[in-house]
Design a protein. Structure first.
Lengths: 428, 161
């Protein structure tokens, strides 16, 4: 092994920190060789994505580490898991699946992970600070942590995350190092009207466009509204990290490493300059849907990534507009909101949950529609305001998907079929 | 005549198979069904193909950090590609194979080739991979799409768990 190791690293490798420590360090060191890192470095926080997908291999891996005395050495949060721990029976999850999911969750919490079960960890507990070296899994969270918080993480895949958490070490390379965080390509939004940028759907669409335009480069966005909200940036990150391998972007005047255009590029010249046009965005908007207007709707999914307090509030406002006109959820449409305990706890101190439930919405926590088997085989068409959910649903769930604004989702849920305002650009 | 390329080895191993080539990056989670070996990303040009036992040739991965879990599960289920060749180092793909190796002692080779060499690999090339990263491409490979390609046209398998 050509990676320079510390005495402590070798202690892990030699089994002095237990069997799990040995396996975790072996994986970290082999990954350092893959990425040509000269040595390892410390991290001070981790976020585990590997707890999400329930697979026989993933369960075996987690239980092997836990049984081998695995313990996280840094504060470690958990991404969403494969089960709504309190309400799984309500969502028709079978007992066998639930039992395995509970075992997998227990393996991670036994290793000392904090049961946050959230895919928007930057909106919850233990938000990393600027410049902090962390090891995060979950593509949207990686993008948000690097871009919006200015914390430093590479794209850690499932199982590397827990190995980093156990050893407290990662390969010293990539986005952990300042010189690799400079912008590479420039996206200009000069042609996009401010009114369009106020819609959250714009951020999902821009993210979807960004993902394919940037590939694995670091894009610098010029012209993003400085008043952009955390939920809008969340939508941007989730879509960009699904359609591409975007682990970081800069937005001039918005994100902390981009006080100026020059600062964002850190002396680099842009490799490419792209002037984003309305028709680029219209194309990205269209590309997010596989279902058509007026298709019969089976399921609405909101909360990918997990719904925040603000989103509960926005949704309540949209629902009230309908119920005040005597309109209600079409009986054949299921309306599911995915969230995490921390946002839900805040929303419990408001009337928004009652408004949503009164409309017929169901709320599931700790998990997501992709990782828990709650979408029945009779579901053909789903609708969502998430670029990420729209991207993955056809492949992962075998459904057609319609992407729209949150208002479009509510409108369609009432109508019982896909009904969107004429594109994003004529106002939403 | 047989062509020989030299690849950088991320995960070592021997493999032999027919190439399934795409110029589009692919996220294995949401892209590969780990129970059937089918490409399920409907937006991807390989949608509907079975990659089990094939040499999967992609520019790089993208998207989900769950892709490493998908790859490991497909190796365990015996439906994984025989090897994956990319033109840029993709740590998440390498990781799935490495963790499978550490846990089960079973892995698939993951290799990186120069962009020029990447462009030269054609659909259905017969490729032999040695542990040191030597790739031999058989001379009779004609790059045609017909030879034994398992191709189910954009049919999406519904997941059952």
């Amino acid at each position: 092994m050509s990676v320079k190791l510390s005495r402590q690293d070798n202690e892990f490798l030699d089994g002095g920190r237990g069997k799990a420590g040995r396996m975790a360090m072996r994986i970290v060191v082999r990954m350092a060789e893959v990425v040509d890192a000269p040595e390892l470095m410390d991290i001070s926080q981790a976020h585990i994505d590997g707890c999400g997908l329930l697979s026989d291999a993933g369960l075996e891996f987690a239980e092997t580490l836990a049984a081998g005395g695995g313990n996280v050495s840094v504060p470690t949060t958990l991404n969403m898991g494969p089960l709504d721990l309190q309400n799984w029976e309500h969502f028709g999850v079978n007992k066998e699946f639930a039992a395995k999911a509970i075992r997998q969750g227990k393996a991670y919490t036994d290793m000392g992970c904090i049961p946050t079960w959230s895919c928007a960890p930057y909106q919850g507990y233990l938000t990393p600070r600027f410049g902090q070296q962390i090891a995060w899994g979950e593509s949207n969270a990686i993008c948000y942590a690097n871009s919006v918080l200015g914390a430093r993480t590479n794209r850690y895949g499932d199982f590397m995350d827990i190995c980093a958490a156990i050893t407290g070490r990662v390969p010293k390379c990539g986005l952990h190092l300042k010189e690799n965080r400079r912008g590479q390509i420039l996206l200009r939004l000069a042609d996009i009207e401010p009114a369009i940028m106020r819609s959250t759907a714009f951020y999902a669409v821009l993210g979807h466009y960004l993902g394919s335009a940037a590939e694995d480069k670091i894009p610098v966005i010029e012209g993003l509204d400085a008043a952009v909200s955390s939920d809008q940036l969340k939508a941007l990150c989730a879509a960009a990290a699904s359609a591409g391998a975007v682990a970081m972007f800069h937005a001039v005047g918005v994100t902390p490493e981009a006080n100026s255009l020059e600062g964002a590029f850190g002396g680099n010249e842009p490799e490419r300059i792209i002037d984003v046009s309305l028709s680029d965005l219209q194309e990205a908007w269209d590309d997010l849907s596989t279902a058509k207007e007026k298709d019969k709707l089976d399921l609405v999914v909101l909360g990918c990534p997990h719904f925040s307090f603000d989103e509960f509030r926005d949704l309540a406002g949209l629902i009230r507009q309908k119920t005040e006109q005597g309109q209600r959820l079409a009986p054949e449409v299921k309306f599911v909101i995915i969230s995490c305990q921390s946002s839900y706890a805040l929303a419990q101190r408001s009337e928004y949950l009652d408004v949503a439930r009164g409309f017929g919405a169901e709320i599931t926590l700790d998990t997501c529609v992709f990782h828990t088997p709650m979408v029945g085989g009779d579901t053909k068409v789903i609708m969502t305001n998430s670029g990420k959910c729209a991207y993955y649903a056809p492949g992962e769930l075998g459904v057609n998907v319609a992407f729209g604004t949150m208002a479009d989702c509510v409108e369609s849920a009432v109508a019982g079929c896909v009904r969107r305002k004429e594109g994003l650009w004529k106002g939403s | 005549m047989e062509r020989v390329l030299k690849a950088r080895v991320l995960v070592a191993g021997r493999a032999e198979g027919t190439a399934t080539v795409s110029k589009e990056p692919l996220s294995l989670w949401g892209g590969l069904c780990p129970r059937t070996g089918e490409i399920i990303d409907r937006r991807h040009e390989l949608a509907g193909r079975i990659v089990t036992g094939r040499i999967l040739v992609l520019p790089w991965g993208r998207g989900s950090s769950t892709s490493s879990a998908t790859l490991m599960e497909s190796i365990k289920a015996g439906v994984a590609p025989a090897a994956i060749i990319t033109m840029r180092v993709d740590p998440i793909l390498a990781l799935g194979s490495i963790v499978s190796d550490e846990l089960y002692g079973r892995s698939i080779p993951i290799l990186v080739v120069e962009p020029g060499d990447f462009q030269s690999i054609r659909q259905d090339d017969r490729i032999t991979i040695e542990s040191d990263g030597t790739l031999s491409i058989a001379a009779d490979s004609d790059g045609s799409l017909q030879s034994g390609q398992l191709f189910t046209r954009r049919k999406i398998n519904r997941k059952r768990r």
